[in-house]
Design a protein around this ligand. Structure first.
Ligand code: PGA
Length: 244
């Protein structure tokens, strides 16, 4: 796993304020001293911090992403919404779309498809989340659900070079549970077989304790990290342990 390109994406969710940025000096320092060239660190804070974070990371290799956006390409009467173009304007290069926490509050595959198209149009790279629920896993529907989410989410999109899949089983997000090694290997292999050239990240309770196990699944292109990314030390630990 040490010689391929690895992504470490921090998903801060609805956590963080200006004060929280102080701890990022450590990660900037770490990334400057870290010898591995084939590594991408991407921070996805709440929209309120994208501008400040981009400025902070300006002279480093760390990039910034957003966590969601409205599907419209243009300005419009959508109170409380922000579109991809506005997020790019303040420094986002990536965007997480299709996260299960947003699917839970009503985002459909069709809406996610529109959001992905809108983000790609202005050249944001998309971290497209997919994942099965516990019920679907129990019914052995994982692969079917994932294929369906990809098919609908990427409908009409021919150029997929700016799309990264993040496989996040819904039952593993924030729970401390992770899939069995063999299951995860097989799921990722199946996704890659069907979606040639697409990178596939894993997300769901990644932490400094389970990273040694997860990194040994050698078809994963990186990790989408929620809770553990909110503490800089844990996030750095995860990266270090991936290469140990
Ligand atoms: P978690 O979240 O690492 O806290 O499980 C991952 C995510 O939701 O992206």
């Amino acid at each position: 796993m040490t010689n391929k390109y690895m992504y470490f994406v921090a998903n801060w969710k609805m956590f963080g304020e200006l004060n929280s940025l102080n701890s990022l000096n450590k990660v900037i320092k770490f990334s400057k001293n870290f010898k591995k060239k084939s590594i991408k660190i991407i921070y996805c804070p709440p929209a309120t911090l994208i501008n400040s974070m981009s400025k902070m990371f300006k002279n480093s290799k760390i990039e910034v992403g957003a966590q969601n956006a409205h599907e419209s390409d243009n300005y419009g009467p959508f109170t409380g919404s922000i579109n991809s173009k506005m997020l790019k304007d303040v420094g986002a290069k990536y965007i997480i779309l299709g996260h299960s926490e947003n699917r839970k509050s009503g985002e459909t595959n069709r809406l996610i498809n529109l959001k992905i198209k809108s983000a790609l149009k202005i050249n944001l790279k998309v971290i497209f989340c997919i994942g099965e629920t516990l019920q679907e896993k129990r019914e052995k529907k994982t692969i079917k659900v994932l294929n369906n989410q990809i098919k609908s989410g990427l409908k009409g999109i021919t150029n997929k070079k700016d799309i990264i899949i993040a496989y996040e089983p819904v039952w593993s997000i924030g729970t401390g549970l992770t899939p069995k090694k063999n299951d995860l290997f097989k799921t990722i292999a199946s996704l890659k077989k069907k979606n040639k050239k697409l990178k596939v990240l894993y997300g769901g309770s990644v932490n400094p304790r389970n990273i040694s196990d997860l990194k040994s699944i050698n078809n994963i292109d990186g990790f989408l990290i929620g809770g553990s990314s909110q503490e800089t030390k844990k996030f750095i630990d995860i990266i270090k342990k991936t290469y140990n």
